[in-house]
Each structure stands twice: as C-alpha cells, then as structure tokens.
Design a binder for this molecule. Structure first.
Ligand code: FRU
Length: 510
C-alpha cells in the first residue's frame, strides 16, 4: 500500500515538474532538428524564400516572407509573418496574406502611411500598407504575358490582420512577363510615394500620392549593371556620406551572381523623384557568397538602414537536405557607405543587436601563428553557433578550417596572391544534391589596410563572413554529415594575430 502511495506521489510530482518546465519556457519553441539555424530565422515548417514587407512600427520589426504553407518546396505563394522586438528573436504569426482571385502573393514591401494618404487609417491611427505582386498562375500557364500585377492591402491592427483593397490591382501589367516585387518609399521633397519595380531587365519607377493611383516616372538599367539573369526584388534608399545623401539602388538578379545563381547587386547615384542616375559603370555586389538573395531593407527605420536576405540560392533551394522546413534568412545587417581610395562601397555588418545573444566571450591578444593552431583547444571553448573576430597584423595567406569527426570540412581564408577571400565547401559534407553546390567561392578584397580584420558568424548550417568591417561579405550554407566541432587556423608564413575574439552565441529559440 505504502509503495503504491509513494509511486502515485512521484508520478504527480513529475507531472507538476514537467508542466512547470513547459510553462517556464519563454515564447518561441526550441527547434533542434539537424541543420536547424539557431541564430537565424527559419519557419517552424514548410518552404520560405524572399523576405517581404519588412517594416518597423510601434516598436516591432515585421518580417513577412514568401511562404508555401503546404510543403517544403515552392508552391502558390502566401505571405508568412514573423515579428521581433530586437531583430534577433522572432515569433511566428498567423499567415498575413493568402492568394486571391488575382493570383498568389509574390514579393513586395510594406510602409507606415503616416499621413493616411490612402485613407485606410482608422481612429486617427496610421495604417500599415502592403504593396505586393499578384501572380496569376493560370495566366502564366496559359502563356499570357500580363499575369503579374501590383496590388495593395492594409492593416489597422499593427499587421495582425490585412484587408485587400477592393480596387486591386493598382498597377496593371502593360505586357511584361517579369513585372514584380514592388518596393515603396516616401519621397519627402515631392511629398509622394515612389515605387521601384523589377521589370525584366531593368527597374521601372512609379509614383503615387495615395498608394492607389500610380504613374510611371522612368526606367533604369537596361544597359547598366549585371544582366546574367532576370532583375528581381529591387530597393531604393539613401545612405549618409559624411552628411551628404547618396542614393542606393539594390537590384537582385537570378541567375548571374558572381559565384553562380542568385545574388544582390547595387548601384550608387542620385534620384530626383523621377529618374535614377548611376555614378559608376562597374558592377557592385552586396554579398559575394552564393547564399544571400532577395535582400532588401526595412522601411521606417530612420537613418539606419537594415538589410536582410533569404539564405539560399535558386540553383538548389528546393533540394537542400533540411527536413520539415526549407529556407532561412541571413542575419540582419546594417548598411554603411565607405570609401577606399576613389571607390565608394556599401559595407554590411551584423546589426549591433546581435549582442543580445552573446554568452561566453574569450579574447586572446598577440598570438603568433606559426603553422597550425587548434582554435578551440587554444580557447578552451568549443561551441557553435559562435562569432569569431580576428585581426591579423599583416596581409598574408591564412585559412580557417571548420571540421567534424568525419573529416568533412569548410575552408574559409584569404589568398594574398589574388587578393581574394574565399570559402570552399567542396568537402563540407552533403554536397551532391546539386551539381556545383560543392565548390570554392571567391570574393575580392577591397580594403587597402595593412592588417586584415574578419568577423565570422557560424550557425549550424551557415557561415557569414564580414571582412574589413563589411567591405567584403560572403554568405554560404553547408550540410555536414555530423556537426562541426573543431576549427584549425593555419598560415604558411609566420603571422601575428593582434586579436582573436570568440563569442559563443545563444540559440534564439530557447
Ligand atoms: C525572387 C522571386 C521574386 C518573386 C518571388 C516568388 O526570389 O522570384 O521575384 O516575387 O521570388 O516566390
């Protein structure tokens, strides 16, 4: 009898403890599947591609995404929705936009209509307006060329629910098959909205007083920039250059990227409310790695420009060996203009908010690299995800080899002879799901500093390299057969490391 009472007691105690544990969990789930990004947004389940409708409002960063809620491959697009207060921890929200009679919901943007120019505001509160492409799948299948049109929707409850405008579409297709991805901004000098739209091999600018009635202003880019593929997901904004405003036009392109497939190019220049004029002829890439695409910036963040992309590539996005979900976003990055000699470049660095997940920190100064160092041995720490910052005293070859017990490796380094950074994932693990995935990718070094400074952010299945304070950026995904657990740092010459910083990053899902 006593034994029975004891067992019952233990049983109820365990249940209470378990229930408490579950309830004590902060919002958001623990996501622990193999390859699950721990410091990047990825959906609980199913397919995502481009980030959409990124807008900051009422203390919340909104991130909408191209989403197929019924499988882990691309299908009729919806807008998924996630929110964050710090750009790092994300909470998934109900689906924001569903396909309608005009089509499924392709990429687009969102703005806060502060002056209620649209008239959709209620009770004196500014509405959120989403501007997106309605993609008619039947029209596409039937071989028509006007199946992409621009529509809008509004929200009066901070993005929780959306109503489509009854007068959609607001811009009708003039007969261009690729006519999509509207990015809208407020142009203060002429008090009007400006839309940058990807139209096949160029961008077309439209303007509107009320987000409903649009007129065409001009076209840009037919003979400028990279044209190895179709132009998609553009963005137009200003960056500060020593007190002066410089206009930046971002144009995603697929294929035709510097390391095959999808990539983000940009132009610097001037915009007068009507036309954009580039100030250079050379092609500029925001990220040289193969796995940052469809990147655009948040709306309504003042002078700060925060960029985020989809961390994949159309070459193999639907084949990557993840399980219940496919697709993740890059880290949010702050964009800044920098000068090197007579070149002006857009540099990207992880947003400062990343520090909310910093845990253990280890710093070693003045370390001499003579051959090979086992970094985790040296640091007495060995965990991913992590951020590693390194400053080398001179410009010379080095490699960082991230390895697992199976001998699979990802090699990141600098090649002095070619003045290039590189990431080689040829032997990084699962590579044969697509011919060409297992390759070495290179990116030019722009900085002319004598020392080299790099920052690496390594997650379960991705690495982001920010070299020379973000002048050269590369994003790559990888899929080892066993988790990586070691990093070797190597150089062929004697190389002094001024500073080595290791920061363990906490999972954003715990
Ligand atoms: C870019 C893109 C967009 C389009 C969307 C469809 O990755 O092709 O041009 O709107 O994805 O999902």
């Amino acid at each position: 009898m006593k034994q029975k009472i004891f067992i019952t007691l233990v049983y109820f105690l365990t249940l209470t403890l378990l229930a408490n544990c579950v309830m004590a969990q902060p919002t958001g789930k623990t996501k622990t599947e193999m390859y699950r990004p721990q410091i990047h947004f990825s959906p609980d389940a199913h397919w995502i591609n481009d980030p959409n409708g990124m807008v900051y409002e009422n203390g919340v960063y909104h991130l909408f995404l191209q989403y197929h809620p019924y499988s882990s491959v691309w299908g009729p697009m919806h807008w998924a929705h996630a929110t964050s207060k710090d750009l790092i921890h994300w909470e998934e929200q109900p689906i924001a936009l569903f396909p309608d009679s005009l089509g499924c919901i392709f990429s687009g943007s969102a703005v806060v209509d502060k002056k209620n120019s649209s008239g959709f505001g209620k009770n004196g509160k500014a509405p959120l307006i989403a501007i997106f492409t309605a993609h008619n799948l039947e029209g596409e299948k039937a071989g028509q060329n006007n199946f992409q049109n621009q529509s809008i929707a509004y929200s009066n409850d901070h993005g929780q629910t959306w109503t489509k405008y009854s007068g959609n579409p607001v811009i009708k297709n003039p007969g261009i098959r690729d006519f999509r991805d509207p990015k809208v901004m407020w142009y203060e000098p002429q008090k009007k909205w400006v839309m940058t739209l990807a139209t096949k091999d160029r961008v077309t600018f439209y303007s509107s007083p009320d987000l409903k009635n649009w007129i065409k202003e001009s076209e840009f880019g037919e003979t400028l920039g990279s044209h190895g593929g179709v132009w998609e997901c553009p963005d137009l904004f200003t960056l500060n250059d020593k007190g002066k405003k410089v206009w930046v036009l971002v144009v995603n392109i697929n294929p035709g990227g510097p390391n095959r497939g999808s990539a983000t190019q940009y132009f610097l220049g001037d915009f007068n409310g009507k036309t954009f004029t580039a100030s250079h002829k050379d092609i500029k890439w925001l990220d040289y790695g193969p796995d940052e695409y469809a990147g655009i910036t948040w709306s309504n963040t003042g002078d700060r420009k925060i960029f985020l992309g989809w961390m994949s590539n159309w070459q193999y996005a639907s084949k990557v060996p993840t399980t219940v979900w496919r697709g993740a976003t890059t880290l949010p990055r702050e964009l800044l203009l920098k000068h090197v000699g007579d070149k002006t470049l857009v540099a990207s660095t992880p947003v400062k908010e990343l520090s909310v997940i910093y845990s253990k920190l280890k710093v070693i100064e003045n370390l001499t690299l003579n051959g090979k160092i086992d970094l985790f041995d040296k640091l007495g720490l060995s965990q991913f995800p992590c951020r590693i910052n390194l400053t080398f005293e001179k410009t010379d070859d080095f490699t960082l080899t991230v390895q697992n017990k199976k001998g699979e490796e990802l090699v990141i380094g600098y090649d002095k002879m070619h003045n290039q950074y590189f990431i080689d994932r040829s032997a990084s693990g699962k590579v044969d799901f697509e011919k060409g995935f297992g390759a070495k990718h290179v990116a030019p070094r722009f900085s002319n500093n004598t020392d080299i400074k790099i920052s690496l952010v390594i997650d379960e299945s991705s690495v982001e390299l920010f070299a020379d304070d973000g002048l050269t950026t590369m994003t790559e995904i990888f899929f080892p057969n066993a988790p990586y657990n070691k990093i070797n740092l190597q150089s062929t010459s004697i190389l002094k490391i001024k500073k080595l910083e290791y920061i363990k990053l906490n999972s954003i899902w715990k």
